[in-house]
Design a protein around this ligand. Structure first.
Ligand SMILES: Cc1cc2nc3c(=O)[nH]c(=O)nc-3n(C[C@H](O)[C@H](O)[C@H](O)COP(=O)(O)OP(=O)(O)OC[C@H]3O[C@@H](n4cnc5c(N)ncnc54)[C@H](O)[C@@H]3O)c2cc1C
Length: 287
């Protein structure tokens, strides 16, 4: 449980971090909260020769509002998300989901940038960011570009990040006033990753669903958007038959691994239940 040896770098600007990562090449990795990377290093599943610590870069911190978007700096911790009144008011599902990540110790160190850039299908933020139609800002040797969260995940631990690039911020459109929301996560115990989880953001009018987005965590090698399930509920009052149809449509795209959290069929079944519960709770909240 002791990591291999590495050299430590602490740049003071994004430009310096990008230059270091580009110069040092494949053997270098950005270090954020270290709560995914360091455990991997201890297990020797990751053996970077260089760690480029992002903690000295003030520009990567903080939460601000730009028009209808919340801009969250990559080095903002999960604890800081929870402490933000702006997040709690404008985007309560983000507050709710952050509270379901691990435990306070992990949330004090773990960052939103590390959580979404890691590419771990077990992380909670990626599916939520897809549901909220977030965009990631990436900065690298070739300049700055924005990538939709929905286009970012390519496989387990494979993302759209190019060599030398870092994720600098996440831009999240604020959902409509009166929207309904829920993040339902089944885990074996407090502090565990999801056996399966579902995020729902919807709007309703006259008792019927007008818009709906559904994201799924840890039921596939990447986070998923359950597009057909979301379509199935539009225009309905979420009656029992519709809920069943939506859960079935969501389960149909799930392909979880059989692991200590259960066999494939169980995790798909649980995933469907998470979708049902999230839809019901979101509808009850919507005004
Ligand atoms: C006991 C335990 C339980 C946990 N449970 C959960 C859980 O239930 N749900 C959940 O979502 N997470 C969970 N986590 C993971 C936790 O949320 C991590 O903090 C998070 O996944 C990674 O964030 P980090 O800031 O620690 O990143 P790090 O561990 O520092 O980095 C993770 C990866 O992302 C890369 N990276 C980091 N920042 C950037 C950046 N800005 N640009 C480009 N690449 C970057 C790193 O190079 C590394 O490959 C748990 C962790 C532990 C230790």
């Amino acid at each position: 449980m002791i990591p291999g040896s590495f050299s430590y770098h602490r740049p003071a600007s994004v430009a310096d971090a990008v230059k270091l990562l580009s110069d040092l090449g494949e053997e270098a990795r950005p270090l954020a909260g270290g709560h995914s990377l360091v455990p991997m290093m201890k297990l020797r599943l990751a053996t970077p020769a260089h760690l480029v610590d992002l903690h000295g870069i003030a520009a990567l911190k903080g939460i601000s509002r730009n028009g209808n978007n919340l801009i969250i700096g990559a080095m903002t911790t999960q604890h800081e998300l929870l402490a933000s009144d702006e997040v709690a008011k404008a985007m309560p599902i983000l507050h709710e989901a952050a509270l379901l990540i691990a435990d306070p110790q992990v949330r004090y160190r773990g960052t939103i940038g590390g959580n979404v850039a890691n590419g771990d299908p077990g992380n909670d933020m990626p599916a939520l960011m897809m549901t909220l139609e977030a965009t990631y800002r990436l900065e690298g040797p070739g300049g700055t570009r924005d990538v939709a969260a929905a286009d970012f995940y390519q496989g387990a631990y494979f993302t759209a990040l190019e060599p030398g690039e870092i994720l600098t911020s996440v831009s999240v459109p604020v959902p409509a006033a009166g929207h309904g929301y829920a993040y339902e996560k089944l885990k074996r115990k407090v502090g565990d990753y999801a056996t399966a989880a579902a995020a729902v953001v919807l709007t309703m009018s006259g008792g019927k669903v007008v818009t709906c987005a559904i994201g799924l965590t840890n039921v596939h090698e990447t986070p998923l958007l359950a597009i057909d399930a979301a379509k199935a509920v539009i225009g309905t009052s979420l009656d029992a038959a519709t809920l069943k149809k939506a859960a079935a449509a969501a389960s149909a795209i799930m392909a979880p691994a059989a692991d200590a959290r259960g066999p494939v069929e169980y995790r798909k079944h649980v995933g469907g239940i998470m979708v049902t519960r999230a839809l019901q709770r979101a509808a009850a909240i919507a005004k």
